[in-house]
Design a protein around this ligand. Structure first.
Ligand code: MG
Length: 376
């Protein structure tokens, strides 16, 4: 990148120290006339999304999540993207900013060369999947806007086939759980976080309020396979439809045994980050949970869906705590999946985008081009 640094110096980079701690930036390169150079311009700005409720899963609690909002501008059109960085994945404002500063799209004069552009971004450094997703999403939004079509249409998907999304109920006291379940009355499936010492109390509390189907996410919180199987049988009698990541990801044989014995589908989340992990999940899990922030964006997610389907595996899509930008991007793919857990935007109080909606629990795609968002 030494050559690029030199070029930036010569061109006079405008560094926009916007938002938090000065991690935002632009790689805009101006020529002597002040007109922007011809290629694409990537800019990014840190943001902190605030949760309506303190969110507790097995292992941690938090009230805010750092995100990075990206834009790619080309020929007067702007595509929006986002990275969300929950602490457990190891990315942060600092790491995403450092990665995005290395992304120089000014040499690409054709946004339709998406494979080339995203291969270049992938090759800048290993990992950094949320940062990569923020470029991937913005590029998809840009290209969709150029052709004036939403991505589900470009892919040939039927918008009526979006699934319902689950709404997540974090681990909490019975009073708070009951309150959250009442707030979630619109949803046709609830996702319950288990894996602490009050699992049966959580389920019984929810069942005292509603009969709606549940899915369960243990976040690796159960440690022993026969106890896990007993618990899954107990859950199956209480209208639970699948169990996500019941055991630690490194217990491969135990996970495979549990999936073989389980009356419910067992879905891999922490065990599967990218397409490369699907091979080792085959035969160990019934299906996979794909998240744009884990795999690097919409292009990678589509590949993962196709790979999992070719192996006869179930597919769900999940999310992080994120704005309607990343949620709307993921929802473009949702007609292809079995289950959606795309409620991250509904859990925050300071969304900065208007995008896909939920109507009576079902995800509703709009006809806006790209990923279907407008800035608020
Ligand atoms: Mg999960």
């Amino acid at each position: 990148m030494a050559g690029r640094r030199e070029f930036i110096k010569q061109a006079g980079i405008i560094s926009v120290a916007a938002g938090l701690a000065g991690y935002g930036c632009s790689n805009r390169k101006n020529n002597a006339t002040g007109k922007s150079a011809k290629g694409m311009i990537l800019t990014f700005k840190p943001y902190e999304v605030e949760l309506k409720h303190v969110f507790t899963i097995a292992g941690s609690s938090r009230r805010t999540t750092p995100v990075m909002l990206t834009e790619i501008e080309f020929d007067g059109i702007t595509g929006y993207g986002e990275a969300s960085m929950p602490p457990y994945l190891g990315e942060s404002h600092e790491t995403v900013s450092a990665f995005l500063q290395k992304v120089d799209l000014s040499g690409f004069n054709d946004p339709f060369l998406m494979e080339d552009i995203l291969d270049y971004v992938d090759g800048i450094a290993p990992g950094n999947y949320a940062a990569k997703a923020s470029v991937d999403i913005a590029l998809h939004d840009l290209v969709g806007k150029i052709v004036n079509q939403p991505w589900y249409r470009i892919w040939g998907l039927n918008p009526d086939k979006t699934p319902g999304t689950s709404f997540t109920i974090g681990i909490d006291t019975p009073d708070v759980v009951r309150q959250k379940v009442h707030e979630a009355a619109e949803f046709n499936i609830l996702k319950v976080k288990l894996g602490q010492d009050n699992d049966r109390e959580m389920i019984e509390t929810i069942r005292s309020v509603t009969d709606v189907p549940l899915c369960v996410d243990v976040n690796q919180g159960w440690k022993e396979k026969t106890a896990a199987l007993d618990m899954i049988h107990w859950l199956a009698e209480r209208n639970v439809v699948f169990v996500e990541q019941p055991l630690p990801a490194n217990l491969i044989d135990d996970n495979a045994w549990l999936t073989g014995e389980s009356p419910l589908p067992v879905i891999a989340d922490e065990s599967v980050q990218t397409a490369a992990d699907i091979k080792s999940a085959y035969g160990v899990y019934s299906g996979i949970n794909i998240k744009l922030m884990k795999c690097g964006g919409m292009r990678a997610a589509l590949k993962m869906i196709n790979t999992a389907r070719s192996l006869g595996m179930k597919v769900m899509m999940g999310c992080m705590t994120e704005t309607s930008c990343a949620i709307s991007a993921a929802t473009q793919l949702s007609p292809l999946i079995d289950w959606a857990d795309l409620d991250g935007n509904l859990l925050i109080s300071n969304d900065v985008f208007d995008g896909v909606k939920v109507n009576r629990g079902k995800l509703v795609l709009n006809s806006r081009p790209g990923i279907g968002v407008q800035k608020l």
